[in-house]
Structure formats: C-alpha cells, structure tokens
Design a protein around this ligand. Sequence first.
Ligand code: ZN
Length: 314
Amino acid sequence: MPRDYSRGLQEIGDGLYAYLQPDGGWGWSNSGLIVDGESTLLVDTLYDLKLTEQMLGEMRLAVPAAARIDTLLNTHANGDHCYGNSLVQGARIVASERTAAEMPELPPAAMAALVKQAPEMGALGAFFLSCFGAFDFEGIELALPDETFSGELTLRVGSREVRLIEVGPAHTRGDTLALLERERVLFSGDILFNEAHPIAWAGPVSNWIAACERILAMDIEVIVPGHGPLAEKGAVRELKAYFEYLYEQARARHAEGMSALQAARSMSLDRWADWSESERLVVNIASIYAELSGASAPLNPLEAFQWMAELAAG
Ligand SMILES: [Zn+2]
C-alpha cells in the first residue's frame, strides 16, 4: 500500500523539525532538529554521507542556527541512524551506554563488503540488495558517541529541556526516546515504525510492549517515528496491540513445535495486513520464541536475513 507523505524538513512546532524520508522502508529513516536561539540538537543522522549532507543542507537553508549542531543524539545503534555522524563536525555525540557499545559492531565497511558480495549470495543476496542496495557505504568513517548515559538524562537546548529515556533493549540494545514535555513532542527513534512492521533485533518483545505503555502514558501530541510518516499516540496503541497479538499467536505455535518461519507463514496478519516490510514478522516471532524458551543467545542477523528472504519470496 503506498504511503503518501511529504519528503524532507517539516516544521512540527516552534523551533522543532522532523526530517522525513519516504517511504520509510529498510534504511529510509527519519531524523529531527530541535532549536532554541543559537542552540541546536540533532536527533540521528542518516544511512550514508550523501543523504546526510542533503539533510544538513536543507536544515541550514531553513534554519540558519543549524549551521552549527551543538549536540547530536543517536537514538540507537543501527547504521541508518548514525552512519552520517562524521558530517556533524564539532558536535558532542550523545547516546545510551548500550547504544555506544553496540554501534561499532556493524561498521559501514562491513555493510559495504556485504553489498559487494550480495550478487553471489543467491536469494539471500538479492533480498539484501533490495533492502540496502540504494545506499553508499563506501568510505564512511563512523564517528562514535563521546558522552553516554544509562536510564535517563536531561539535555538543555537553550531554554528547552529534552528528556532522554532509555527504553531498550527492544528494537536494539539501547533504544532511547527524546521527549520534549512542555512542547508535547516525542522523537521515538525505531521504537515506532509508523505503518510498517517493527523488527525486534534485540528484544525482548515484552520490553517493547512496556516501552509502548510508557509512551502511551505521556502527554504528547506529535511523535516523530524512526521510520514512516508523523504519528500520534494511536500509532503506538496499534503497535502495542500488534505485539500482543503476535505474542498470543506465537505462543500457540511454539507449543505445537512450529519453527518461526512456519509460524510466520501460517499466521494471519489481521488488521496489520497493510503494514509494509511484512517479512520482519519472522524475526519478531523468533524473538518471542526466544523469550518463551528463556534463550539468552542474541539473534544471528545473517540467519534473520535468511528467514526474511524466504518469507519475502513467499
Ligand atoms: Zn532505522
């Protein structure tokens, strides 16, 4: 189903901006900009240098103060939220401790190598290229966080307060929300993929459900999701219901001894059938399976892509 929303910088409040990248699919992430006077905070960079340069250029044009970014927040460790970091020169880079630890594990050079090998990797390679072939990972030097926190940290942007709330592990190990209480705006990172299937790389899914509950208890009006169009709390309510539905469906199939892939193939997507990236279902089921069986080993990303490639192929 086509998702219709505008590309680029959107003003969502006085000095508050979202930068949206349709269609929100694999790698097409959103970012945010918070400004007060000359003080600036950037929420996430993009997947490659060209996209990040284009974003920074658009921000500087619309908001002169954005010529200098004081603080860069990385909401989590996935490359589509941090590979552009090196272009934000002079900024202090803040992330949760868990995010900072996870970030160097998949450097841009590894993604560049995988894209190069993909044509010889059969159906898995073709699927991988359909997800990441549009991005240029060559020659990216990953700038890592220089300030970390655990739990919560409040940052000041001029007279504004930005509350960083660590809710991971869920999508990744150290997912962080950025809440502007007075302005009633939340930058959710990939805790919300709006109108698309989420993907529980780290899990547990029960922790993600708890993160949804935390957001639902907030007094907010606008959510800038990590992917997809601007959202309201209704989108988080839908995400929570999706995970609860998946949990119930996966529990029965786990008891029957079905594999995660068999479970994904046999499951009706109910009212979430319109959401894109439905191949992620198998990873979310595998994450629930791991939780049900008390497994502590992290998901193997290559195995996860193998399952998704199989599910996407039908
Ligand atoms: Zn993302």
